[in-house]
Write a protein that binds this ligand. Sequence first.
Ligand SMILES: [Zn+2]
Length: 316
Amino acid sequence: MTEPRRTERDLRDVIAQGRDFLPETMTVIENGEGPTVLVCGGIHGDEYEPQIVLRQVAREIRPEMVSGRLIIIPSINFPGAQRGQRLSTLDGANMNRTFPGAADGSPTERLSHFLSQELFPRCDLLIDLHTGGNEYRVVPLIFGFSDDRCRTGPAELESQMEAWGYRFIQYVEGVPSTAVGCALAQGLASVETEGGSGGPIDGAELSELHGNLMRGLARAGVIRSGPPASTAEPIRVRVGPQNQYPAPRDGIVEHHVALGDYVRKGARLATLHPVSDNGDEPLVIRSDVDGYVLRQNANAFVKAGALVGNTGSPVD
Ligand SMILES: [Zn+2]
């Protein structure tokens, strides 16, 4: 039985270069019996909505509100976030491709190693919060990973995801070098959320994320009460290779559909305008499948191969 308490750790101590940065606090709030849940933001440093919300949540949740142990890290990739960058400014790494990390690796690999080796083994659930960052606009959605080895099993995780209140639950192939992929390999269930408009912070999106997170934490049992679990039926969508539409060449994107729109196979998604007078005609990008528009590139100019956007096909 753990007495109610709050402890803090300065994550700058995890890496040798930490003191080149401002404090980044991991907050652990404990009280009695219950699950251990790790909530992490800022793996991509330019995804600021979760970082704002998690600093707020770390302040407002008192030990008396917790059952078990809640670990909050607003900005694990602080070497990126504190410099306004998606990637680490110490080694250029995309942190969400460095898991499980390495104890003697680059700064980003050490931070990943800290999560995967010191924290994941203690946890019943990982919550990894993402947004579109500077590159993308993303429909708010949730997805997750679990298997029969996980203490939060597949059916329980599905029920938890419904409770958060997102309009979309996404099903997608996991990537082993991501935080959630690494967690699953270690037998730890996870949920990951997306959402956010790219660029400026939207207060309504912050409120939605805060409310959804509190619903999710309450449903996971790590806080004693939260907003009531959602009763709305989410739309389940699967994202595979046929849902991605990369730019065939450098160009300037004009989107013809809005985030969340339902499009039919063959629908015009975007036009890629030429960036020069080399004679290229504007290129129309059409959807290969029926689906909802989940993600769009937030920039006008895109490089060949960059994702213009992706859809998600309804799951029957
Ligand atoms: Zn991200």
